[in-house]
Design a protein around this ligand. Structure first.
Ligand code: SF4
Ligand code: FES
Length: 234
């Protein structure tokens, strides 16, 4: 199956702004957009830059925009994309650093901001596991599957308008800890969530729900967090 790939290119040492290059690539049934990019890099243009690692939807590094939608390139099979031309862009809202690779540092800074780890009133036992009730685990199970790909935050108009906004990915991570029955970090995280660049910047636009390759529905977690903050404060 031969398709044309229209790929965003940007070399910070030569270009003031981005441009597109096109490549005609033959792929087989079951091949993904990531396979096509690897083929382009191997046989058409070795300078093409993009991120990948696991090739199995686990590491989150191959998130990019494919035909206008944020997706994981390694999970997107070419045969299911409509049209003969496939347009590939870097994640929107993030600063491109080269071709399809974007600067993820601000994304990780936001994540660090919400203290993404268990904060426990009592130290964990060192000689056994801290058991969690399966019913309690169910509440956070979906959020735990976040692979930090950035697709949700990148798709969010509130984030495009306010680069100080924590963004859905950091808020999903907050939800994951705030609703973990072993965590007692609410007051440590409260100020970080309860401000104009935090929870309340989410206007329930819900682009993040469509963008998430793990079907996490960040908006739902954010709504639970908002309710928790209101209930605990008032
Ligand atoms: S919530 Fe979904 S889209 Fe957002 S970072 Fe996690 S896996 Fe990616
Ligand atoms: S390469 Fe790891 S998620 Fe795509």
């Amino acid at each position: 199956m031969k398709k044309t790939y229209k790929i965003f290119r940007f070399d910070p040492e030569k270009d003031k702004k981005g441009r597109y290059d096109t490549f005609d690539v033959e792929t087989a049934k079951g091949d993904t957009v990531l396979d096509a990019l690897i083929e382009i890099k191997a046989h058409h243009d070795g300078t093409l830059a993009f991120r990948k690692s696991c090739r199995h939807g686990i590491c989150g590094s191959c998130a990019m925009q494919i035909n206008g939608q944020n997706m994981l390139a390694c999970e997107t099979q070419v045969e299911f994309l409509k049209g003969n031309t496939i347009t590939v862009d870097p994640l929107p809202g993030f600063k491109p650093i080269r071709d399809l690779a974007v600067d993820m540092d601000p994304f990780y800074e936001k994540l660090r901001e919400i203290l993404p780890y268990l904060i426990q009133a009592d130290p964990s036992p060192t000689d056994k596991e801290r058991i969690q009730d399966p019913v309690d685990f169910k509440k956070i199970e979906v959020a735990i599957s976040c692979i930090l790909c950035g697709s949700c935050t990148s798709s969010c108009p509130s984030f495009w308008a306010d680069k100080g906004y924590l963004g859905p990915a950091a808020l999903v991570k907050s939800y994951r800890y705030e609703f973990d029955t072993r965590d007692s970090g609410f007051h440590d995280r409260l100020q970080r969530l309860d401000n104009k660049h935090g929870l309340w910047r989410c206007h329930t636009i819900m682009n993040c729900n469509d963008a998430c390759p793990k079907h996490i529905f960040p908006t739902e977690g954010i709504s639970h967090l908002k309710r928790k903050v209101v209930e605990e404060k008032y």
